[in-house]
Design a protein around this ligand. Structure first.
Ligand SMILES: *[C@@H]1O[C@H](CO)[C@@H](O)[C@H](O)[C@H]1NC(C)=O
Length: 392
């Protein structure tokens, strides 16, 4: 199932679904208190963001516009400006409601209806067991899958849900089917968010998710682990973890597809760029909360970029290697490039796609914000092709 671009009506409907959830999960008093406290800084933004938009987009010479502004449509540009503001200044307890199940699912239903779809051609089921939660999507329930993507969503460990990614995940399984797999499947892990738990809970849940996927796959080389941002970090940590656990190392996945991984949680190389919506300060704040107080900031299992052991990376490498997607303008870009270089030195099979003028997790965002179908599916098609070329 592949839907069209997000419209301004969608944005409005999203807010309508969001309002009652804010009241339920945060409460009127807390929402209102935050809003009142933030008003002095929030109110000017209502004017400042459109002003900066017009100035940076139309008034200054093109060569002074940020690389993202140069390539973005007005709609993409304005949405990313609001996202940038929200990421830098909105507390996570508020942000997590935005991307929660009870906002995302009605929103998806609305978008489906707007496209004349009442029941999704692809169904999902919820896995909910002690220590393991997630979404299972499979083309045909009755048959053995011939490819399984194991996915971890992003959101700074503090926000996001598999439900928010549902449209992306459904589109991906659809593309895998188009690419020639008989019965593609996907498991998206619903891990515990910070501050409800901190490291290593999320890593343990990632392991439990892999055990679950292994229990279905006949052959672990038919599993592709993937994730974006913090979710990709969890997958990197997981791959490093299994190097010391022979029983799992012998059942390594076939491939890793990493979208904008947050390679080093705390690093002086994570620096603001003029294009990206992430801010280095907010990242550090989120990152420190995830790491907690008991683990050193440079422990490789919590912050994989700190592993400089080439042999370990070789052992961690999936059978068919790695495929990275990221944007040239990312705050996380320098550390992603460092990791790719290290994996190359380790002699692993590593390919990457660095999108010019691209910002954080664009393959995910583009599915909603892309102008044409081509642009919306571009990243997903690259990922699908990377899988199909390596796991046939
Ligand atoms: C990074 O950008 C955010 C806004 O997105 C800003 O608040 C912050 O001060 C910037 N940090 C640095 C170190 O420039």
């Amino acid at each position: 199932m592949i839907l069209g671009q997000i419209s301004y009506l969608d944005c409005l409907v999203f807010l309508v679904f969001l309002a009652p959830q804010l009241l339920i999960h945060v409460g009127l008093i807390r929402t209102a208190t935050w809003l009142l406290g933030a008003l002095p800084s929030l109110l000017p933004q209502v004017f400042l963001i459109p002003y900066q938009f017009v100035r940076e987009r139309y008034l200054i010479p093109p060569e002074h516009r940020s690389p993202f502004v140069q390539r973005a449509t007005p709609f993409q540009d304005i949405v990313i400006r609001f996202v940038r503001y929200a990421f830098a200044f909105m507390p996570a307890w508020l942000g997590r409601v935005f991307f929660s199940k009870h906002v995302s699912l009605p929103f998806l239903r609305f978008r489906m209806l707007r496209h004349g779809i009442v029941t999704a051609p692809l169904r999902w089921s919820e896995i909910d067991r002690p220590g393991l939660k997630g979404l299972w999507i499979v083309h045909n329930k009755l048959e053995q899958p011939d490819i399984i993507v194991y996915y971890c969503h992003g959101g700074g460990f503090s926000m996001g849900s598999s439900y928010f990614y549902m449209e992306f995940l459904l589109a991906w399984v659809t593309l895998l089917k188009h690419a020639g797999y008989r019965n593609p499947a996907l498991f998206a892990l619903e891990y515990t968010l910070v501050p409800d738990a901190v490291y290593p809970t999320q890593l343990q849940e990632t392991l439990a998710g892999y055990e679950y996927v292994l229990s279905i796959a006949r052959d672990s080389t038919r599993i592709c682990v993937s994730g974006d941002s913090a979710g990709a970090t969890l997958m990197l940590s997981f791959l490093l973890y299994i190097t010391d656990h022979p029983e799992l190392r012998h059942q390594r996945p076939g491939l890793a597809v990493m979208i904008s991984p947050w390679v080093k949680i705390i690093s002086p190389n994570n620096r603001n760029t003029s294009s990206d919506f992430l801010s280095s300060d907010a990242l550090e704040l989120y990152g420190k909360q995830y790491i907690g107080s008991k683990v050193p900031l440079d422990d490789p299992l919590v912050s994989p970029g700190y592993c400089k052991n080439i042999r370990k990376w070789r052992d961690a490498s999936p059978d068919k290697g790695w495929y990275f997607l990221f944007g040239s303008e990312e705050v996380l870009g320098p550390e992603i490039r460092n990791l790719i270089e290290m994996l190359g030195k380790a002699g692993t099979d590593v390919d990457s796609y660095e999108e010019k003028g691209g910002i954080h997790a664009w393959p995910v965002a583009a599915l909603y914000l892309g102008e044409t179908k081509e642009e919306r599916l571009h990243g997903l098609k690259e990922m699908t092709k990377a899988i199909r070329d390596r796991i046939s």
